[in-house]
Design a protein. Structure first.
Length: 356
């Protein structure tokens, strides 16, 4: 039984009621010497108090995400694995943030990682005509070093997407901007003995978004788009989790064979590299672009990925910016063709299957 599940909390609540009722019914029916009756009554009162404290503790834990599992509570989490504190998805609260966005801090129940997640809703989201509409999602993944806020402070988001929607170049989408390195641990969005970032991005963040917003659930409605490290993550995560992300677009992605400076374990690095994952032939659609002079992501990096791709996986023709380097100017020039491509393969907004 899950520590944070509704079943466990309901079980304790029922036990509290049963214990209180039983105490009231049995209080005057206890037999035996005086000292025995006193001990039995004290025992009943103690049981009621322990159950009440347990119920309160469970409520506090579920509200603030102090412990995500029994392993977490008992201290049996694998040694060295990063575990952070924060409210679970169902308790997270989105509030107004800068740049016309909303944000929430939460802890993923599967990854045990916690961080701020930013969300931008298109104007249509709150229009009466769209009140029963589910929207597709684009998750923007930042580079390392970097942070989610980099997309807003230096990347022109969400203004650029808003302009593309207003001009009709992009259908209405929800933007989600999470951290790719919660706690400052860079794993190239991989699960490692230290940090489960792939689980954070592919399970916990989507769970949060699906719980709080009207979004489509089909993988073809969920796209990843990123730059540098985020570009690598946007290519590899759809291949690892094709049931979650059906679309991935990487600008100036880090080496598609893996970066030994990030993942020093050879087997782990290979297992998480796009060229290795391509052998599984997942049914996903990919796009990649870079600058011709980008030393961190040369065009040959994209050629290596193309050589590994096999149907039904598809990789769009690479977009190479002449003279472009590993910098915001190049990414600003790559964004329009990237978003045009995403718009051509991503499912548009659709009527909700189940109203909520």
């Amino acid at each position: 039984m899950s520590l944070t599940g509704a079943t466990f909390q309901a079980t304790i609540a029922i036990a509290v009621v049963v214990a209180v009722v039983a105490t009231l019914l049995l209080w005057s029916r206890i037999h035996g010497p005086g000292w025995s009756r006193t001990l039995q009554r004290l025992g009943m009162l103690l049981l009621c108090q322990l159950l009440a404290v347990g119920l309160a503790g469970t409520w506090v834990n579920n509200s603030f995400g102090l412990y995500a599992s029994w392993d977490d509570l008992l201290g049996t989490t694998p040694q060295g694995q990063l575990a952070m504190v924060g409210p679970p998805p169902q308790r997270a609260r989105f509030t107004k943030a800068s740049w016309g966005m909303e944000s929430a801090f939460f802890r993923g129940p599967h990854s045990r990682l916690a961080s701020q997640v930013y969300v931008w809703l298109p104007p249509q989201y709150r229009q009466p005509a769209y009140r029963h509409t589910a929207f597709p999602v684009i998750m923007l993944l930042h580079g390392v070093p970097g942070e989610p806020e980099s997309y807003m402070t230096g990347g022109g988001m969400p203004g650029r997407v808003a302009s593309a929607i207003a001009s009709g170049r992009l259908h209405p989408v929800i933007l989600v901007v999470p951290s790719v390195d919660p706690g400052g641990v860079d794993t190239d969005c991989s699960n490692t003995p230290q940090s489960r970032v792939a689980t954070w991005l592919a399970q916990d963040v989507p769970t949060l978004i699906k719980r709080h917003f009207r979004v489509e659930t089909s993988p073809r409605a969920w796209a990843l788009a990123g730059l540098s490290t985020g570009g690598l993550c946007s290519l590899k995560l759809p291949m690892q989790y094709p049931g979650v992300f059906g679309i991935g677009a990487g600008m100036s992605p880090d080496p598609v064979v893996g970066d030994p400076s990030v993942l020093s374990d050879t087997a782990l690095r290979i297992a998480n590299s796009p060229v290795h994952l391509a052998a599984g032939r997942p049914d996903v659609r990919l796009w990649a672009g870079t600058g011709a002079m980008d030393r961190n992501s040369l065009p040959s990096n994209l050629s290596r990925l193309r050589a590994a791709i096999r149907p039904p996986t598809t990789l769009a023709p690479a977009v190479i910016i002449l003279g472009g380097g590993h910098n915001p100017n190049t990414w600003g020039r790559l964004e329009p063709p990237m978003f045009d491509w995403i718009n051509s393969v991503q499912l548009p907004p659709a009527v909700l299957k189940h109203r909520r």
